[in-house]
Write a protein that binds this ligand. Structure first.
Ligand SMILES: [Fe+2]
Length: 145
């Protein structure tokens, strides 16, 4: 999870911010970038709260999601923004699917502080998913037909 949040905050989100043109999408990604940076520190704190040193293992699944986005080569800007919005939605779903079992595990092991730090991150991921999901729906609706 730590590797994922670090990769999102140092590589994936800054690159997406450079690419997208839609103002709302740009704003949503910029604000989620700030949150994701906080997620990194919260995760490091969560490790320590559980009595462990922060460790970051590479995620082939995130690399795969990234490759999936890059495989969708699109020349037209509206569609390009939609591809990025859709890719962001996929990543948020992916992150929620990782946070849920981690929170359960921390609770099961009575690492309450760790669990609540993870839950704070999860809450922001869910809000980002809703916000970016709404933008993706609008971009889809705006496509010329
Ligand atoms: Fe996220």
């Amino acid at each position: 999870m730590l590797w994922i949040e670090r990769t999102l905050s140092f590589e994936v989100l800054p690159a997406a911010l450079d690419r997208v043109r839609d103002t709302q999408l740009k704003e949503a990604l910029a604000s989620h970038l700030e949150e994701t940076r906080r997620h990194v520190s919260r995760l490091e704190e969560a490790f320590r709260a559980a009595g462990a040193e922060p460790a970051a293992a590479r995620s082939p699944a995130l690399a795969g999601l990234h490759a999936q986005r890059d495989a969708q080569k699109v020349p037209e800007q509206t569609l390009g923004d939609l591809v990025d919005a859709t890719a962001a939605v996929r990543v948020e779903h992916f992150e929620l699917g990782l946070y849920d079992p981690l929170i359960e595990l921390a609770r099961t092991l009575d690492h309450d502080e760790c669990a609540s730090l993870l839950a704070e991150n999860r809450k922001e991921e869910e809000k980002a998913l809703e916000r970016i999901g709404r933008i993706a729906a609008r971009l889809r609706a705006e496509l010329p037909r």
